[in-house]
Design a protein around this ligand. Structure first.
Ligand code: RIB
Ligand code: CA
Length: 326
C-alpha cells in the first residue's frame, strides 16, 4: 500500500448508490479496499451480498472478501427500499452471477479483524443501516479506538428526512443500532462519527447528460461497454422514479459521497456536536437529534457534514470511473 493510500472497509446494503460507492472505492487512487461486509437494508441480506459480489467482479476486484452480516435489524422489522432500488436492488441492471463465493466470516468478525490487522489505519465506511457496526462495537468495545476514521452515510441534521419527515432511511431502518453506534464512537480516544447526511448528499446528484459525457470520455477503453451499461441501466430505474416524483431525472449520490469524504475529508465542512438517535418517538423514530448548543452536557461524538464541494466530488467520481474503464 502506498503511503498516501487509506485502507478502506465498506459495510453496504447494495442498492444502486451503494454500487456506485463500491465502484468508486475500487477505482479511487487513494483507496486500498481491504474488505466489504453486507447488511439488510435496501434489499435482503442475500440480495445485498449477491449484488456486492457482482459489482466487485464488474470492477475487476472479485478477490475483495465480502462478509455477510445481519439479515434483520436489531430492533425494527425489516422494511426494504425496493421501490427506490428495484426488486434486485440494482434497478434495471443485470450483472452475471459472481463466481467468487461470499466470505466465510461473518461481517462482525470481518470488521473487527480488519480493524485489528490495520490498527489505527483502517477507514470504516457504512452506507447502509448500522446493524453490523452496532454488533461489532458490542463485541469489540475497543473498535472506535482501533480505527482511523468512521464515516457513515446516514441521518438528516438540519434537513428533512427521506422516509419520514424527520428520519433518513439508514438510521430509520435500525434506529436501535444507530443509537448504539453513535454512543460508542467519539468517546475518549475514539474516532468520532463523520456523518454524511442528507444535508450534503442531496447537493450531489448526477443525470443522464453526465453519463453521456462519461461515455464520450471512455468510448475506446476496454471495460467501457460493461461499465456504461451497468451505470446507465441501474441509474435509469432511479431516474424513472425521480421523474415520476418531481418531473426531473437525477440520481442522488448518497453513498459515493460518503466514500469520497472518507478518502478526502476536505470535500465537506463539518461541525462537531453531540448526536443521538430517537428510537421511540410517536412521529420521530429514526431521527438524528443534534445538540448544537451543548444543552445535554455530553461530549460531542459526531462531525456533522454541513457543506460539500459538490463539483469537486463529481469530478473525482467521474475521474475514477474513467480509470475503472481501463
Ligand atoms: O437515505 C439514503 C441511504 O439509504 C443510501 O445509503 C441508500 O443506499 C439507502 O440505503
Ligand atoms: Ca446504502
Amino acid at each position: 500500500m502506498s503511503q498516501q493510500q487509506d485502507c478502506l472497509f465498506l459495510d453496504v446494503d447494495t442498492g444502486i448508490d451503494d454500487a456506485f460507492a463500491l465502484l468508486y472505492a475500487c477505482a479511487a487512487p487513494q483507496a486500498r479496499l481491504v474488505g466489504v461486509s453486507t447488511v439488510v437494508g435496501n434489499v435482503s441480506l442475500a440480495a445485498a451480498t449477491r449484488n456486492t459480489r457482482a459489482v466487485l467482479a464488474l470492477a475487476g476486484r472479485a478477490e475483495v472478501p465480502v462478509a455477510p452480516g445481519a439479515a434483520v435489524p436489531l430492533g425494527a422489522d425489516p422494511n426494504d427500499a425496493s421501490a427506490i432500488h428495484g426488486v434486485t436492488g440494482l434497478g434495471h441492471a443485470v450483472l452475471p452471477e459472481p463466481a467468487e463465493p461470499a466470505h466465510a466470516a461473518h461481517a462482525v468478525d470481518a470488521i473487527i479483524a480488519a480493524a485489528r490487522a490495520q490498527a489505527g489505519r483502517l477507514v470504516l465506511v457504512a452506507t447502509g443501516p448500522l446493524t453490523n457496526v452496532a454488533l461489532a462495537v458490542m463485541r469489540e468495545p475497543e473498535l472506535p479506538r482501533l480505527i482511523k476514521r468512521f464515516v457513515i452515510m446516514g441521518g438528516a441534521y438540519r434537513e428533512h428526512g427521506n422516509v419520514t419527515p424527520s428520519a433518513e432511511f439508514n438510521i430509520w431502518h435500525d434506529p436501535e443500532a444507530a443509537r448504539i453506534a453513535f454512543r460508542a464512537f467519539g468517546g475518549p480516544g475514539g474516532a468520532p462519527v463523520v456523518a454524511i447526511g442528507l444535508d450534503v448528499t442531496r447537493r450531489t446528484t448526477i443525470d443522464g447528460a453526465d453519463l453521456d459525457a462519461l461515455a464520450a470520455r471512455i468510448g475506446d477503453r476496454p471495460r467501457e461497454g460493461a461499465l456504461m451499461t451497468f451505470l446507465r441501466d441501474s441509474a435509469r430505474f432511479y431516474f424513472e422514479r425521480t421523474e415520476r416524483q418531481s418531473g426531473q431525472r437525477f440520481l442522488v449520490m448518497h453513498d459515493p459521497l460518503a466514500v469520497a469524504v472518507a478518502l478526502d475529508p476536505t470535500l465537506v465542512e463539518t461541525r462537531r456536536a453531540a448526536v443521538d438517535v430517537e428510537t421511540s418517538g410517536r412521529l420521530t423514530t429514526g431521527a438524528t437529534v443534534v445538540d448544537w448548543d451543548g444543552r445535554w452536557g455530553r461530549l460531542p461524538n459526531t462531525d456533522v457534514a454541513v457543506t460539500v464541494d459538490a463539483e469537486r466530488f463529481r469530478a473525482a467520481f467521474f475521474a475514477a470511473m474513467v480509470r475503472l474503464a481501463d
